[in-house]
Design a protein around this ligand. Structure first.
Ligand code: NAD
Length: 274
């Protein structure tokens, strides 16, 4: 393996000053990277997700220290529609509006279809797909009425192509891209854009966990999963970084992203060019 998670600080600007952003699933990995990037461009950010309370507070405080933005944490379980609605209400109450929604929370399970646990199918569809609908539904009216909104859905290269043993994940991510297009069409005349980012493999705890699951499913060693299963898909043979996903999200949320809507943007080292 030639690459691990990086710690590069995002570029800073005030391009998103005064905007309030919810980033779901931002206590770890890509979501945390996106929150750091949006805050570095001046947006107030709402962290959400699970994890150790002290670690979450450390990440929240670090964002405030390193930017001019406010950072708050709202603990909503994205598999529960009422908790999603409550989160949006709480953010409206505390910050005044939700101008940017990044639906990023996601889970994975890897197993052949005939052995795929039904509860895992249901959980993946709930968190990776239905939560995107519930969060969008809760914020879209306010965005349209204010004439500005940016919705970024973190889909996956698996929203564009399939891979064996990932039935629920691939189905959910393809669904996210469909929902992205409909949201873009409904928001188009009201200053609301909606796009999906489709990363290939990004080195995060989610990927770390599936290396062992893939090793079991394929009956091969961990090192062979990294070399021959994961990075075999990416022509540039390198993991993407959370900073790259953060930078693209920040661009889409700024003025430069005004005319980009309804797109599914690969960030995958060429994977989906095959
Ligand atoms: P991660 O496991 O590091 O982070 C997932 C985040 O989601 C965590 O903050 C976790 O607490 C949160 N979360 C999980 N279940 C939740 C729930 N029910 N309610 C609220 N929060 C919940 O994963 P990651 O790799 O950073 O993935 C983030 C997103 O990026 C996911 O949607 C994933 O599908 C997508 N993605 C990841 C990769 C990759 O290679 N890592 C590639 C393509 C797409």
């Amino acid at each position: 393996m030639n690459q691990v998670m990086t710690t590069t600080r995002p570029a800073t600007s005030a391009a998103l000053a005064g905007r309030n952003a919810i980033i779901t699933g931002s206590t770890s990995g890509i979501g945390l990277g996106i929150a750091q990037a949006l805050a570095a461009h001046g947006a107030n950010v709402v962290l959400n997700g699970f994890g150790d309370a002290a670690e979450i507070e450390k990440a929240r405080a670090a964002i405030e220290r390193q930017s001019d933005a406010a950072a708050i944490y709202v603990k909503a379980d994205m598999s529960k529609p009422d908790e999603i609605a409550n989160m949006v209400e709480e953010v409206d109450r505390r910050l005044g509006s939700v101008d940017i929604l990044v639906s990023n929370a996601g889970i994975q399970h890897v197993a052949p279809i005939e052995e795929f646990p039904i509860e895992k199918w249901n959980a993946i569809l709930a968190i990776n797909l239905s939560a995107v609908f519930h969060a969008t539904r809760a914020v879209l009216g306010g965005m349209k009425s204010r004439g500005f909104g940016r919705i970024v859905n973190i889909a996956s290269a698996h929203g564009l192509v399939g891979s064996p043993f990932k039935s629920a994940y691939v189905a959910a991510k393809h669904g996210v891209i469909g929902l992205t297009k409909v949201t873009a069409l409904e928001g188009a005349e009201k200053g609301v854009t909606c796009n999906a980012i489709c990363p290939g493999y990004v080195w995060t705890p989610l990927v770390e966990k599936q290396i062992d699951e893939q090793a079991r499913s394929h009956g091969i060693k961990r090192e062979d999963v990294i070399r021959n299963v994961l990075l075999a898909q990416q022509p540039n043979r390198a993991f993407a970084t959370v900073e790259e996903v953060g930078a693209l999200t920040a661009f889409l949320c700024g003025e430069g992203g005004r005319s980009i809507t309804g797109a599914a943007l690969p960030l995958d080292g060429g994977w989906t060019a095959h």
